[in-house]
Every structure is written in structure tokens, then in C-alpha cells.
Design a protein around this ligand. Structure first.
Ligand SMILES: *[C@@H]1O[C@H](CO)[C@@H](O)[C@H](O)[C@H]1NC(C)=O
Ligand SMILES: *[C@@H]1O[C@H](CO)[C@@H](O)[C@H](O)[C@H]1NC(C)=O
Ligand SMILES: *[C@@H]1O[C@H](CO)[C@@H](O)[C@H](O)[C@H]1NC(C)=O
Ligand SMILES: *[C@@H]1O[C@H](CO)[C@@H](O)[C@H](O)[C@H]1NC(C)=O
Ligand SMILES: *[C@@H]1O[C@H](CO)[C@@H](O)[C@H](O)[C@H]1NC(C)=O
Ligand SMILES: *[C@@H]1O[C@H](CO)[C@@H](O)[C@H](O)[C@H]1NC(C)=O
Length: 285
């Protein structure tokens, strides 16, 4: 499963970057072997493309979907669907983890291409809106149905970085492990599970987090021109989802808020539902 070790990449190189206001240091691995990366593996994206625009409404509806899925109350957001957990400032969130699939997109009828969907997880951005430490993947589908996907990380409100050194394809599994060791220092490990590649990024001077929200998200994000056209996609599963707090409490999907995306014209375009306490699925409507 951990395919083709690329021997031409076996030398140790660590990239250091100081771009915008963030300093970070990154290491790439295949399996347990450190592989070469360079500064060009990280491309800052301005304007910011990936962010969470605040908490969902507190409206709840009952969902009624297929047999294997539970029926939970859900809240609506204007730009994301998924699951959201919270902790208090007395017991802040230090880590969030999960596996998910790179969105595998098809064109949504009646809206223009290109169309997009991003999947990610992160700390803050829901009730704490000033900052958000996150990493994930974005897929775009063009008018001919062709797709391309990229991995990225972002410490909002700083720029997002495309991780060119970590190739991803629609349908592949990634894991993302985000640690906020303090409110301003963090570490992101994003792994392409299918290919066995992993990128680890340590950031030392991020904009202060609250460390009170954890979320697992499929997003109809904003770019410079506004909200992007949201593609259709097959089920995106999030698995082994867990967030950990300073006091070592584990926040799973138990009592998480499940969020559906209702866009500005009032159309629900994405729903999510728990399968159990650490697995849920999001799907395009
Ligand atoms: C990131 O920080 C952790 C803990 O401080 C350290 O073990 C690891 O080596 C660091 N990684 C990089 C790429 O600097
Ligand atoms: C939830 O919505 C109701 C009705 O719109 C409102 O009165 C209430 O303050 C809201 N509660 C929260 C926590 O936002
Ligand atoms: C859920 O949907 C099924 C099939 O449409 C229906 O028979 C059932 O009554 C629904 N359950 C609820 C709680 O609405
Ligand atoms: C996430 O990363 C942290 C820090 O590197 C590590 O201690 C933890 O075991 C990782 N979690 C998982 C589920 O891999
Ligand atoms: C979930 O929420 C309910 C109602 O607020 C509460 O009674 C219950 O203890 C909570 N369960 C967990 C595991 O937090
Ligand atoms: C909302 O989704 C519907 C269905 O795809 C689409 O026709 C409409 O243009 C969307 N509205 C916005 C504001 O994105």
C-alpha cells in the first residue's frame, strides 16, 4: 500500500520559509524516510481562499436520510457543511485529527464551471472568528469534467499556502493532524495515505487562536470574486475524528453540531450526518 519509494528523493532537505508574516519550517516524509522538499513546495495564495465564515445558525431541522446514517438535528451554514465541536477557554483545544477523502467532483447542473469543493479540518473559525488554523484539500472540476486537486494549509487571517510538494488526487485518503501547542504556535501534519507521503509544518508565530472550536468541513469557499461555484460530489467520509483538549478530554462527534450548507439562494447543497461517534459523511444535494 505504501507504494514506490522514490530513491531520488532520499536526501534530507528541510525548507524554511518566511513569507507574509508567518514563519514555518517543513519536513516531508515518505513512510518513515525524510524526503527532499524546497521552498517552491509552498506557494502562498493571496487573496485568502479558504476560510470559515463563522458559526452556523442555531436553526435545527431533522434530517431523514438513508438507512446506515443516523438521524441528527443539523444547523445551517451559508458556506460549509460538516461537524463542529466546542470547548471552553478553561479547557482549550490542542489538537484536531481526522481522515477524509479528497473531494471527487462532478459538475453541478445549471451553474457555470469551473466548480469547486474544499475539505479540511481546523481549530477555531466558528464561534472564535478572529483566527483559524486549518489544512485540507481543494478540488476543481472544469467544464469538460476534468479535475485537479491540491493540498493547502492556512493560519487565517494570514495567506493560504498550496502544498505543491504533497500531490493529491480526487478520491485519495488524506489525514490531517493539527496541533496548537499554544495559541500562537502550531504544527500541521498532512498525509496522503494512498501514496504514503506526509508533510509536516511547524509554525511559530501565528495570529492568536482562542482554541475553543474544532471543525471538520466541506466548504463552498470564497475567493476574490466571491463564493465559488459549488460542485457536486459523491460521499465524503470523515473518519476517526477527534479533538483533544489541554485537560486531555476527547471531543468526538458525540454532541457535535452537524452542519448543512444552505446557500444564499436558500438551496441546501450539502448535508452531513454522523455514522457513529468518530465517523460522519457529507454529501452533495
Ligand atoms: C516540530 O515541532 C515538534 C515539537 O516541537 C518537533 O518534534 C519537530 O521536530 C518539529 N518539526 C519540524 C519540521 O521542525
Ligand atoms: C437562537 O435563535 C433564536 C431565534 O432566532 C434566538 O432568539 C436565540 O437568541 C438564538 N440563540 C443563540 C444561542 O444564538
Ligand atoms: C423517513 O423517510 C422514510 C422514507 O421516505 C419515511 O417512511 C419515514 O417516515 C421518515 N421518517 C421520519 C422520522 O420522518
Ligand atoms: C498528531 O500529532 C501530534 C503531534 O505531532 C502527535 O502527538 C499525535 O499522536 C498525532 N495524532 C495522531 C492521531 O496521529
Ligand atoms: C450531550 O448533551 C446533552 C444535552 O445538552 C447532555 O445532557 C449530555 O451530557 C451531553 N453528552 C456528552 C457526552 O457531552
Ligand atoms: C445555490 O444552489 C443552487 C443549486 O445548485 C444554484 O442554482 C444557485 O445558483 C446557488 N446560489 C448561490 C448564491 O450560490
Amino acid at each position: 500500500m505504501w507504494s514506490s519509494v522514490r530513491s531520488f528523493l532520499l536526501s534530507l532537505v528541510v525548507a524554511r520559509s518566511v513569507v507574509a508574516e508567518l514563519s514555518f519550517i517543513a519536513t516531508a516524509r515518505q513512510g518513515n524516510t525524510v524526503v527532499k522538499i524546497s521552498d517552491s513546495d509552498f506557494v502562498p495564495t493571496v487573496p485568502r481562499r479558504h476560510r470559515n465564515h463563522g458559526p452556523p445558525s442555531n436553526t435545527t431541522v431533522s434530517t431523514n436520510t438513508t438507512m446506515s446514517r443516523r438521524s441528527d438535528p443539523v444547523s445551517y451554514s451559508g458556506n460549509w457543511c460538516g461537524a463542529s465541536q466546542h470547548s471552553t477557554s478553561a479547557d482549550q483545544i490542542t489538537n484536531i485529527f481526522g481522515y477524509f477523502t479528497v473531494p471527487d467532483l462532478t459538475l453541478r447542473k445549471g451553474i457555470a464551471a469551473p466548480q469547486f469543493a474544499a475539505a479540511w479540518l481546523g481549530i477555531d473559525g466558528a464561534s472564535c472568528r478572529k483566527s483559524l488554523l486549518q489544512a485540507g484539500v481543494t478540488t476543481v472540476v472544469n467544464s469538460n469534467g476534468g479535475q485537479s486537486a491540491s493540498a493547502w494549509w492556512e493560519w487565517y487571517p494570514e495567506a493560504s499556502y498550496t502544498i505543491k510538494g504533497l500531490p493529491v488526487k480526487p478520491g485519495e485518503w488524506v489525514s490531517v493532524n493539527v496541533t496548537a501547542s499554544s495559541t500562537t504556535a502550531g504544527k500541521i501534519i498532512i498525509t496522503n495515505v494512498n501514496q504514503g507521503y506526509s508533510m509536516s509544518i511547524n509554525i511559530t508565530n501565528g495570529p492568536a487562536l482562542c482554541r475553543t472550536d474544532a471543525e471538520w468541513v466541506v466548504e463552498d469557499f470564497y475567493d476574490a470574486d466571491g463564493q465559488v461555484a459549488f460542485a457536486s460530489f459523491s460521499d465524503i467520509w470523515f473518519e476517526e475524528t477527534v479533538a483533544t483538549t489541554v485537560r486531555k478530554n476527547k471531543l468526538t462527534l458525540k454532541n457535535a453540531t452537524m452542519v448543512a450548507l444552505k446557500n444564499d439562494t436558500g438551496v441546501v447543497t450539502c448535508m452531513s450526518e454522523r455514522y457513529d461517534d468518530t465517523n460522519f459523511v457529507a454529501w452533495a444535494v
